[in-house]
Design a protein around this ligand. Structure first.
Ligand code: HBI
Ligand code: FE
Length: 284
């Protein structure tokens, strides 16, 4: 972000977008994308949900190197009317939600360094484009993300963003989907991470609980390590349906009910896995 966090940095437009400047990527930068791409595309069949894998195919992200947003946007425009716009890094919440509400996904332009393949603080082009954009080719998920942006603008007006941000975290970033073949990943924070793509599905540590909107909004999250709890949606349509309501009454209840400890299992939770929490305990 810029020095004060609210005005766009020099060279950015008033909506914080910049040109991708695709021609400026170096061979080494394209190589980082290809390394990450190959690792994830080997791992994800049978782990990521069908909508994500179809999206990768539809956008032809298989061809080498960092994708040109202009090319992706031609496809996206035909599929769901979403587009990808380049931003310098994290943008203010209001700017972020305004882009989503208008079916534009703000994506980092930079790519991580070869020595940071597994962890970085700010979202780069691999997390944003490989992680987020394939799901935006799905018509239902595309509507969900727009609804989230619209809800985000309303939540800002009401001072309720910390609850709504948890919905984004436990769905868009770290969501799991129940399918007849077993649990599948759709969250961008998982599909763009080699280690978490395995941990989220296979590790005995985390809880895996049925998605419930109010439950999710009461649950804190961690930004520095693997999640201690994942929430499982029954379908993308169910996720969209849960958010096609005004959250006004919900926010009123949340203000009275308070947070649930991150690793707790509550009466009423649908338990897919009761985790051992051994991973988090070993780090504490
Ligand atoms: N900016 N570029 C970028 N990417 C994000 O995911 C993002 C952001 N600004 C704010 C923000 N996310 C949060 O408001 C949401 O995650 C809730
Ligand atoms: Fe993200």
């Amino acid at each position: 972000m810029s020095a004060d966090g609210f005005t766009p940095p020099p060279g950015a437009r008033s909506d914080w977008t910049i040109d991708q400047d695709w021609a400026a990527y170096t061979r080494a930068e394209h190589q980082v994308w290809m390394t990450l791409y190959e690792r994830q595309s080997r791992l994800l069949p049978g782990r990521a949900c069908d909508a994500f894998l179809h999206g990768l195919d539809a956008l032809d992200l298989h061809r080498g190197g960092i994708p040109d947003f202009a090319r992706i946007n031609e496809e996206m425009n035909l599929l769901t009317g979403w587009s990808v716009v380049a931003v310098p890094g994290l943008v203010p919440d209001e700017v972020f939600f305004d882009h989503l509400a208008n079916r534009r996904f703000p994506a980092g332009r930079f790519i991580r360094k070869p020595e940071q393949l597994d962890y970085l603080q700010e979202p780069d082009v691999f997390h944003d484009v490989f992680g987020h954009v394939p799901m935006l080719t799905d018509p239902i998920f595309a509507d969900y993300m727009q609804a989230y942006g619209e809800g985000g603008l309303r939540a800002l007006d009401r001072g309720q963003l910390h609850n709504l941000a948890r919905l984004y975290w436990y769905t868009v970033e770290f969501g799991l989907l129940e399918t007849p073949q077993g649990l599948r990943i759709y969250g961008a924070g998982i599909v763009s991470s080699h280690a978490e793509s395995i941990f989220a599905l296979d590790d005995p540590s985390p809880n895996r609980l049925g998605f419930d909107l109010e439950r999710v909004m009461r649950t804190p999250y961690r930004i520095d390590d693997f999640q201690q709890v994942y929430f499982v949606i029954p379908s993308l349509q169910a996720l969209l349906d849960a958010t096609l309501q005004d959250f006004g009454a919900l926010y009123g209840r949340l203000a009275r009910s308070g947070d649930i400890p991150i690793a707790a299992i509550e009466p009423g939770d649908q338990v897919f896995t009761q985790g051992t929490q051994a991973y988090a305990a070993a780090k504490a």
